[in-house]
Design a protein around this ligand. Structure first.
Ligand code: NAP
Length: 267
């Protein structure tokens, strides 16, 4: 089996790539702006580039963690968000299907409004912001058009990597630079280890699951509680974190507050 990970330079994609390599699968990964290792370049906004990549790699399974997941940037640049988070998904999934490959897509708890989380797969979505609306549009298109597609929704992904896109690393950096931290007490979700997410994703693929699957960590807590526990873990006093409300942060896009997902699958 040959696997293609589109977005292997990202937090989720890099862990998927590693898990696939360690399970002795043949695997190829792509990057867009952050070259690393043996990754090959791909611009998802260029359909000819997508077609040429699939013709070259000839994968059996195409994984798509690639996205524009910067929620506030999507709010400010909705056309870019639509091109990457919707149109590119449609183009890649269509080409993958034409090549006879299985398609696996990553989505988010931001398809929900956070009025009564944590959410199950069949709860009704109601996104509050451009990012969530575009991820939902992509999900719905895939379910309607791509046979056997698997849509994996996850939330608040973290890892051990020294990468500014990783929340736990950002907290560590801010603490090391002597900053006090502020974290929202009213934003609740389910932090998810990128490593666990990758391993469970592989298992879901091996079991040929399809449709929508929620894959998150077992604990549900607020940003404030999470930040306090990280401060403790990194050897700082818990009173270095000031509690605030999400609306005080001044973000461009609304966040689901009472959010998070439930994983029912015990694989
Ligand atoms: N992180 C979270 O907390 C979280 C929570 C819920 C759901 N998710 C979902 O999980 C998935 C992965 O998120 P992540 O945290 O791994 O994101 P990430 O670290 O920002 O990675 C995004 C990946 O997409 C690639 N990419 C972006 N624009 C592209 C383009 N135009 N052409 C080709 N590749 C492009 C990036 O390439 P370069 O970096 O090389 O430019 C990178 O490899 C996303 O679908 C996201 O919606 C994430």
């Amino acid at each position: 089996m040959k696997h293609l990970v589109v977005g292997a330079s990202g937090q989720v994609g890099s862990h998927l790539l590693r898990a696939l390599e360690e399970s002795t699968h043949s695997v190829v990964g792509t990057y867009h702006t952050r070259s690393r290792g043996n990754l090959i370049p791909l611009n998802l906004e260029d359909p000819a580039n997508i077609r040429a990549l699939l013709a070259e790699v000839q994968p059996n399974v195409v994984w798509m963690p690639a996205a524009l997941p910067d929620v506030d940037r999507c709010q400010r640049e909705p056309e870019l968000s639509h091109r990457v988070n919707v149109e590119a998904v449609q183009a890649l999934a269509s080409e993958a299907t034409a090549f006879g490959a299985r398609f696996i897509f990553y989505s988010t708890d931001y398809v929900f409004d956070g009025s009564q989380g944590p959410y199950l797969e069949d709860d009704a979505p109601n996104p509050l912001q451009v990012y969530g609306a575009h991820k939902l549009e992509a999900e719905r298109w895939l379910i309607a058009n791509i046979p056997e597609v698997l849509v994996i929704r996850t939330a608040w992904v973290y890892s051990q990597e020294d990468n500014p896109r990783n929340f736990t690393f950002r907290i560590k950096q801010q603490l090391a630079s002597g900053q006090r931290l502020k974290a929202a007490t009213d934003q609740v979700s389910t932090p998810t280890s990128a490593e666990d997410l990758a391993l469970r994703s592989l298992k879901a693929e091996q079991e040929r699951l399809s449709g929508i699957l929620h894959l998150v960590g077992p604990t549900r807590l607020s940003r404030y509680e999470w930040t306090v526990s990280l401060a403790q873990e990194f050897g700082y006093s818990t009173d270095i974190v000031d509690p605030i409300l999400t609306k005080e942060v001044g973000l461009a896009a609304l966040r689901p507050l009472n959010g998070g997902l439930v994983t029912r699958w015990n694989g």
